[in-house]
Design a protein around this ligand. Structure first.
Ligand SMILES: C[S@@+](CC[C@H](N)C(=O)[O-])C[C@H]1O[C@@H](n2cnc3c(N)ncnc32)[C@H](O)[C@@H]1O
Length: 211
């Protein structure tokens, strides 16, 4: 089963898993400490799933377009955004790697644990840069390099990346034209591996396009 189909199947119960909810909330706290967030910002979340990260930042941002490539996730996100707290927000089916770029531009493009499911990450980072207004910022959270592929060892037919080195992330951001690049520790995903619990660290990669 392709990654996207698997995520569509998991969408209806995604928010029932407290680890998903708690992760979004702790990553949001790291982002608050690093980024100058403002409540008039228009943001885009890529590979957003049900939009947990965007919703954890609801008090820090103005409006968010919550996007994902899995129809089931977008359906679930649409339902969660049906609340006055998310006035002006929208959920959209959007594949950041392959779909045409929209005309709309954003103050912030963010993503959490989505990049490692994509193919050509350098291209995705460049497309994120193109979606930003002058002076806009990127904030991508993902897994640090997992050299033996332990994180996805039990995921049958996994086609993504076993995390990333921070040097590679930095290089992709530089090539895409970002400045003020920083890599920040963003906590860890705890997972059962070989009968024991293991922490898989995450980074938050941030940068800014010229103003
Ligand atoms: C591990 S889930 C993370 C979901 C959400 N960001 C979270 O942390 O709860 C990865 C998400 O990336 C999405 N995804 C994978 N490839 C994508 C692509 N090319 N464009 C948009 N979304 C994609 C999947 O559908 C899935 O919802």
């Amino acid at each position: 089963m392709a990654d996207i189909d698997r995520f569509s199947d998991q969408a209806a119960t995604w928010d029932d898993d407290p680890t998903h909810v708690n992760r979004a909330s702790s990553v949001a706290a790291v982002m608050r400490g690093v980024l100058p967030l403002r409540d008039d910002m228009h943001a885009l979340e890529i590979g957003a799933g049900t939009g947990l990260l965007a919703r954890a930042l609801a008090d820090d941002l103005g409006t968010v377009v919550v996007t994902d490539g899995a129809p089931g996730m977008v359906q679930a996100a649409t339902a969660t955004l049906d609340d006055p707290a998310y006035d002006g927000w929208e959920a959209r089916l959007y594949d950041i790697e392959h779909d045409p770029l929209p005309d709309e531009r954003f103050d912030l493009v963010m993503g959490q644990l989505a990049l490692h499911h994509m193919g050509d990450v350098a291209t995705v980072v460049r497309r994120c840069a193109e979606l930003l207004r002058p002076g806009g910022r990127i904030a991508l959270v993902d897994l640090d390099r997992d050299p033996h592929g332990d994180f996805h060892a039990t995921v049958h037919d996994f086609h993504g990346h076993d995390g990333f080195t921070r040097d590679d992330m930095r290089r992709w951001l530089e090539t895409a034209g970002f400045t003020d690049i920083a890599m920040t520790d963003a906590g860890a995903v705890t997972k059962q591996v070989d009968g024991g619990e293991r922490d898989f660290p995450m980074f938050l990669a941030t940068g800014q396009v010229p103003g």
